[in-house]
Design a protein around this ligand. Structure first.
Ligand SMILES: [Zn+2]
Ligand SMILES: [Zn+2]
Length: 245
């Protein structure tokens, strides 16, 4: 079932943010590798002013014979209400990657180091922290049907936790919300998450699951190991374009 890899890479950074290669170099590399889908994703903040140029840079590739190129932006979750670190106008953007780069807090993001220290000191409970993270992620995803949950739970190791700290009920609730909004989730090679137990409830609800390297340089674009083995252990592959099954 893993024949044909890599046919997509749905999270690749360029020089628009912290990637080493230009957007054009990434797309040309994906075509060279025979891919049929690529999402150009760069980090944004509220004050990002290059979004129109980024959208314009993707534009000439739309309708390409061999590859479908999408325009994505990645924004961290700021608050428990799911506010995202996004510019106000996101027109022309196909996908919004909702990312756990910091711990969402009541008044804004909290550095993972602070949360880890509070957990060690017994001032915060793992249950509550994980519950708040899942709720904030769901609230962020629910804001826009263009949402993709980026590297879900990549923050947990930074807090001294892992996916086993997340209850099945929490994962189910997040998968329900994602399915309801018509959003998606990725499996991320760079952060090696989420694992099969987390992904399965999304698949069961018909949520599209994307293969992403989260690549920041040409050499890693389309190079899958963790992602591929996770799909294999779930007995499925990422849905190729035009697959209506
Ligand atoms: Zn990220
Ligand atoms: Zn990224």
């Amino acid at each position: 079932m893993s024949a044909g890899w890599p046919f997509e890479d749905m999270h690749v950074h360029s020089t628009f943010s912290d990637g080493a290669a230009t957007l054009e170099q990434n797309i040309e590399r994906a075509i060279e590798l025979g891919m049929t889908r690529l999402t150009c994703v760069d980090h944004v903040r509220r004050d990002t002013d290059w979004l129109p140029e980024f959208v314009s840079a993707v534009e000439p590739w739309r309708g390409h014979r061999q590859i479908e190129v999408l325009c994505g932006i990645e924004a961290k979750i700021l608050t428990l209400e799911g506010d995202l670190d996004l510019p106000g106008d996101t027109s022309g953007v196909d996908r919004i990657y909702v990312a756990d780069h910091q711990m969402p807090g009541p008044d804004g993001p909290i550095h993972p180091r602070e949360v880890a220290a509070a957990l060690v000191a017994g001032e915060a409970s793992a249950n509550r922290v994980v519950g708040e993270l899942v709720d904030a992620t769901a609230a962020g995803v629910a804001r826009d049907e263009r949402s993709v949950i980026a590297h879900l739970f990549s923050i947990l190791p930074k807090l001294g936790l892992d996916e086993s700290a997340v209850s099945t009920e929490s994962i189910d609730a997040l998968a329900d919300c994602t399915a309801r909004v018509g959003a998606r989730i990725e499996i991320d090679e760079r952060w090696r998450c989420p694992g099969p137990r987390v992904v399965r409830p999304f698949l069961q609800r018909g949520v599209e699951v994307l293969a992403s390297t989260d690549s920041h340089r040409l050499e890693t674009l389309g190079q899958f190991a963790f992602v591929r083995s996770t799909f294999d252990s779930l007995g499925v592959g990422p849905s190729p374009p035009g697959d209506d099954a």
